[in-house]
Ligand binder design. Sequence first.
Ligand code: GLC
Length: 581
Amino acid sequence: MSRPHRRGHTERQPHRRPAELPARPWEYALNTIATHQEQAAVPATGWWTEAVIYQIYPRSFADSGGDGIGDLPGITARLDHLVELGVDAIWLSPFYPSPQADAGYDVADYRDVDPLFGTLADADNLIAQARARNLRVIVDLVPNHTSSAHRWFQAALAAGPGSAERQRYVFRDGRGADGAEPPNDWQSVFGGPAWTRVADGQWYLHLFDPGQPDLNWDDPEVRAEFLDVLRFWLDRGVDGFRVDVAHGLIKQADLADWREPQEILSGQEAEKPRPPMWDQDGVHEIYREWRRLLDGYPGERILVAEAWVEPAERLARYVRPDEMHQAFNFEYLLASWTAPAQYAVITRSLEATDAVGAPTTWVLSNHDVVRHASRLGLPIGTAPRPNGIGVDDEQPDAATGLRRARAATLLMLALPGSAYLYQGEELGLPEHTTLPDEARQDPTWERSGHTQRGRDGCRVPIPWEADAPSYGFGPTDASWLPQPPIWAEYALDRQRGTPGSTYEMYRTALHLRRERGLGRGTLEWLASGDEVLAFRNGNLVVLTNFGAAAVPPPAGKLLHSSGPLDESGHVPTDTTVWVEV
Ligand code: GLC
């Protein structure tokens, strides 16, 4: 018998990959061929270990004011949608005062709301209204860098070289006879050098936009300030923080040259050294201190790491029992749509987090990657980042993309652990792949010298009503990024109550997931071939067919499927079914 996932016991055995698979493994639904039950640490408990968390990108969710930019009152007015959908929590991307050099990930004041999005009173109201509906609220914390408009950075510019004010950031003299060369060869994630020279000749580091100077986390004032920012939002009642670029805060002390193209992902292949700007061991002490602070608050407040760190064992260090609660599983998001790749990444993810007693997380889309309904419509294996898709790029096949996205989602929502959804994916929303280049706002497009489209295509305001101005996003036609005409087909009001719609597929899945406790269940592999994956979680058997030919479903009662079965009742290609056994 299987035992529930994350009910800790002490022996750790390597996960078994079946040497030989049955020829038609889906016919052997009850013959477990591998059970995921090897845990080494005392498992965590709490709402977050199994929660479905919905990411709201405030500027694109709902615009109450009609200026074309979504806002906090707009979100509050739409909370009932999220209750109906059946999620447990929302995560809000930044809404703090900001020059918006990077859509708010350049924070000028960590303790207020940008007038674009509303007021602090609107934030309090949103938190209160969410709580009244049993929705938890997670806010974004951006500790790697401030905005260049932050009072600290302005003070650093004014105070000059060698000052305590400059100590809070990473200022250095340049190289070369007159210091006209940057201090090292690092490139910004958005393209171009990671250093900008200021009037007195010194340079400052920005791993992202020049409007996002990196903080110096060796400075005690920086540490004290962020503890205070955490308290500010905890006292206002938030349930947690999504920690932006959590793997970047500490840099290798010598700021050694890197000589590699700059990526946000710190892959750690054996033959390659770890990049000097990512995943340095010193970051963990910071999160331990934050965890102690959160643990002093009533309720279960959580920290979620946005850490582009591979392999999974290295990522799992962020979620050790005295550090963060969760980390985004980007290896899962990046995995190809093939049965072996999905089997491998799911297995590896569960093993790595089980070893530290943390829940695994699952995510397919967010505001930084091509939406999965489009990504999966490109040839299998196409990288989801950093490039967006432009009008002259290869266009995804919309039907294939949506079919695979629905299959991927249904597979994901049956996995034990916590799942993240990105606004609009419940509508099957594709990437805007023909966005006019002149409308682009992501700094990536300019800074890469127009070689990378960037992330605007996944950030387009979402459609609520097919026949309303801005598809119901706001009361006017204004929209900070143009919405494509196909948005009408995807609007919520076209899908609500329509059997077989993507929205109803999500709603049913989330309802069944909650009812059956799938998030806290156990995963047992039943089949992992080249074309079919099947696993069991409780009394549910989940089968995904990646192959071209239809396969018979597992015996039992069909509870849910990502698409129709064929005339003979078989599971067609790129389809997931949930069967009760
Ligand atoms: C994270 C955010 C991304 C932002 C970057 C810099 O990766 O998700 O949107 O551009 O950090 O803050």
